[in-house]
Write a protein that binds this ligand. Structure first.
Ligand SMILES: Cc1cc2nc3c(=O)[nH]c(=O)nc-3n(C[C@H](O)[C@H](O)[C@H](O)COP(=O)(O)OP(=O)(O)OC[C@H]3O[C@@H](n4cnc5c(N)ncnc54)[C@H](O)[C@@H]3O)c2cc1C
Length: 494
């Protein structure tokens, strides 16, 4: 039996980490390649007298920082993290609301089964609290307004959810292209499959909303095989993926999700280089890889590429990558238009009225708004995913439009916000062009095999490569662990 990893191991010692690494690899706990029997030697890092580092990590998102933390804990000192932006966190970002309060502009929730990110938070001494969902959700449609108690769900039909859960059992989350039913399932979009289920038109909007939130695109553009692989990650239980209570949207971090990244970064000192985009990766097929960055050249024996596959298209590879990998990067969907807003009030006034602060607008500007207030409700915050094309791009104008909508759903108090914040991930900068990956039908059959195999000394990491919870923060953490282990194991072999 594998020894249980220490749960409160903020100062995890090198020996413990390596032992844990070996054990988890052996039992497949993280879906990792097994380490050599004595992993101890991997921590004996070479000095970089020749100016060549053992490992360079590209990207200081949750994946890259987890990899860096693992290398550090394993005793490896010869590494660097190269981050394009002048901040860490990537797709997680705390927006400062003032007065010590924050609102998350990027990834924010975790849920059952997301044990890697939960363990990391525990080790970093970051607490969690439940998402607020008690009370009624308001559905707005045309002139109509309806209050419904969805009991912590998105209101999708349980019968259809159960069918999806059953189907997901044949679609392994880590390799959907190996499903025994791949030919049949990868032909269809989720929209096409739903159209065959006899769902009443009035019940279809709940599905459209929840799937657009989960996948970043309407069901017609999301592959059924991919969606089933996501449900497979959630213990083959659709409700654990696409709901609030006891689901992937059920839990938040006190202090916001970016705190995990800033805490990890604090320990890195000058091993972290910000504002240092990698423009070119040369000689990846040789012993020493050369990275051309805005701050000069970095040379390393192994490179952990902890960035989104579509963002790899912004990097020049010399020589060109193998065609399979290059084709996967070219075909990977990008530019998912995720715009997240935060409206701030003195207090969460809607709670007094039995409302949970959640609003769904059928075919309207607000895809989904929810109560994103801090744990004790000291202030009231309504966050929303909005339909970008229907809301003014200028923040002050967007604030006015949204305040009117919230006034209809929550009451006139909503007309007097004390703050507003808006983050459009497709526009903010070129380093997170997409939020979650809306994988279309046919993609995995064609490109799946090229997702993970290393190319020369390049190790692919980032949430998209995770064996479970790919696309989520939990997947990012898992992929970071995996990237560090792969790098250490292959250095040792060399
Ligand atoms: C609006 C939104 C909502 C989300 N909601 C949730 C949620 O509630 N729960 C959840 O689990 N997940 C959610 N996610 C997804 C989650 O945030 C991501 O899965 C996770 O943060 C990805 O981490 P990563 O390290 O793999 O990648 P990233 O966070 O993308 O990190 C990659 C890093 O690489 C850097 N980089 C890119 N190119 C280069 C280059 N050439 N050179 C150097 N650096 C480079 C980027 O700047 C970035 O910092 C959400 C994401 C968004 C945007």
């Amino acid at each position: 039996m594998a020894e249980k990893p220490p749960s409160n191991s903020f100062d995890l010692k090198r020996r413990q980490l390596l032992k844990f690494a070996g054990a988890t690899a052996a039992v497949g706990g993280l879906g990792l390649h097994a380490l050599p029997a004595s992993a101890e030697g991997t921590a004996r890092v070479r000095d970089s007298d020749d100016g060549v580092l053992d490992v360079a990590i590209i990207g200081a998102g949750m994946a890259g920082l987890t990899a860096a933390r693992d290398l550090h804990n394993a005793g490896c000192q010869s590494f660097v993290v190269l981050e394009a932006r002048n901040r860490v966190g990537g797709r997680v970002l705390n927006h400062d609301l003032g007065g010590g309060q924050i609102s998350e502009a990027g990834g924010q929730w975790i849920g059952p089964g997301q044990t890697a990110v939960a363990d990391l938070a525990r080790e970093l001494q970051i607490d969690t609290f439940p998402t607020y969902y008690q009370g009624k959700t308001v559905v707005l449609g045309g002139e109509g307004r309806l209050e419904v108690d969805l009991h912590g769900t998105f209101g999708t039909d349980e019968r259809i959810g159960a069918k999806l859960s059953e189907l997901s059992k044949v679609v392994p989350s880590g390799a959907p292209w190996t499903s025994s039913r791949v030919a049949e399932l990868d032909k269809l979009s989720v929209g096409e499959w739903l159209a065959r289920q006899g769902i009443k038109p009035e019940d279809r909007s709940g599905w459209d909303t929840s799937l657009t939130l989960t996948g970043g695109v309407p069901p017609a553009r999301m592959g059924l095989l991919h969606f089933l692989s996501m449900i497979n990650s959630a213990s083959c239980d659709y409700m654990k993926l696409d709901s609030i209570k006891d689901s992937a949207q059920g839990t938040r971090f006190v202090g916001g999700s970016q705190l995990l990244c800033t805490r990890m970064a604090e320990a890195l000192g000058d091993k972290l280089r910000l504002a240092c985009p990698v423009r070119e990766i040369a000689d990846w097929d040789r012993e020493v890889v050369r990275l051309v960055t805005d701050q000069g050249e970095v040379r390393a024996r192994r490179v952990i590429v902890a960035i989104h596959p579509a963002l790899c298209n912004q990097v020049r590879f010399q020589p060109a990558l193998p065609e399979g990998r290059a084709a996967l990067q070219r075909a990977w969907p990008a530019h998912s238009p995720a715009r997240k807003t935060a409206m701030v009030y003195k207090r969460p006034f809607w709670r007094d009225k039995g409302l949970n602060g959640h609003t769904v607008e059928v075919k309207g500007q607000v895809l989904w708004a929810w109560d994103n207030s801090p744990p004790n409700g000291e202030i009231g915050v309504i966050n929303a995913f909005i339909v970008n094309a229907m809301v003014p791009s200028e923040p002050a104008a967007a604030q006015r439009v949204l305040a009117q909508i919230y006034a209809r759903s929550l009451g006139d108090e909503a007309l007097n916000p004390i703050g507003y914040h808006d983050h459009d991930w497709g526009q903010a900068d070129p380093w997170s062009i997409t939020c979650v990956s809306a994988i279309p039908p046919g993609f995995w059959s064609q490109h799946g095999e090229s997702l993970r195999p290393a190319c020369g000394n390049l190790i692919w990491s980032g949430t998209e490569t995770a064996e479970i919870w790919a696309g989520y923060m939990d997947g990012a953490v898992r992929s970071g662990h995996q990237g560090a282990l792969q790098a250490l194991a292959s250095l040792r072999q060399a």
